[in-house]
Design a protein around this ligand. Structure first.
Ligand code: SF4
Length: 248
């Protein structure tokens, strides 16, 4: 039986995180997440009106299309919106790999259109990644540090995920708050350094949106960067940038 997916939104914008900062992408935000990070600023449940479709900025207006969406319906939207100025489509969420069965049917058709695929993921679902890995070009995975997210992490799943990701153009991101445990940051960084030393490691200070936690100050960031630079080949400090542009 053909699979279908639940989406939150499709929109045109610029990548605001990581090493591909600034490339223009068509974002497909899938509904649902298997995590509950305290700093989450993302809508995870679809609205009753379906998923929204929006061009760059507000001048194009917003329209709503119904969930669940079939492979053919989604391909039609992507074909209509993807243009020469786009670098790739970004599968984001929530956690897009929760809908891996759908992606396994949808992504071969995207490959047929020669559209590169960028996966933004929390890095906790290696079985689901295996299901679609062939069709992914770029992987931006998180290491969800417990002292930043407020939740436990299965480090074995993260390690398996990272091992799978290194066959692609990958980057790893760790979001940190002012109270993130330095030992956890070092543990995540050692995992990257040991398993996939060429993979860039992004330290992303949490975006302050007033939920009762603080972003790290510049001295903390400097200390972390100093410690990681001793053994991680490519460590970068990159905050979220799309908000500066007034983009999504
Ligand atoms: S993994 Fe991402 S979408 Fe899910 S709760 Fe955490 S920040 Fe939100």
């Amino acid at each position: 039986m053909p699979q279908s997916a639940d989406l939150i939104e499709i929109f045109d914008s610029f990548q605001g995180e990581g090493t591909l900062l600034g490339v223009r992408q068509l974002f497909l935000r899938f509904a649902g997440c298997n995590r509950n990070c305290i700093y989450c600023d993302t809508k995870k449940d679809p609205s009753d009106r379906g998923y929204s479709v929006e061009g760059l900025g507000s001048i194009h207006g917003v329209r709503f299309l119904p969930n669940p969406v079939s492979k053919t319906e989604l391909l039609d939207v992507v074909k209509a919106m993807f243009s020469h100025c786009h670098h790739s489509i970004s599968l984001t969420g929530g956690e897009p790999l929760l809908q891996a069965n759908f992606l396994a049917e949808f992504l071969p058709d995207i490959a047929g259109l020669n559209i590169p695929v960028y996966l933004e993921t929390n890095g906790t679902l290696p079985d689901e990644l295996e299901e679609v890995l062939t069709y992914i070009d770029y992987i931006a995975m998180d290491i969800k540090l417990p002292s930043a997210t407020g939740e436990k992490l299965d480090w074995n799943d993260t390690e398996r995920f990272l091992k799978l990701s290194r066959s692609k153009q990958a980057m790893v991101k760790m979001v940190i708050t002012g109270s993130t445990d330095l030992d956890e940051i070092l543990m995540g960084a050692e995992m990257v350094s040991n398993i996939s030393p060429e993979t860039p490691l992004i330290i992303q200070p949490v975006t302050m949106i007033g939920k009762g936690y603080d972003p790290p100050d510049i001295e903390q960031i400097g200390e972390i960067h100093d410690r990681l630079s001793k053994f991680v080949r490519a460590v970068r400090v990159i905050p979220q940038v799309h908000r500066v542009l007034g983009a999504r």
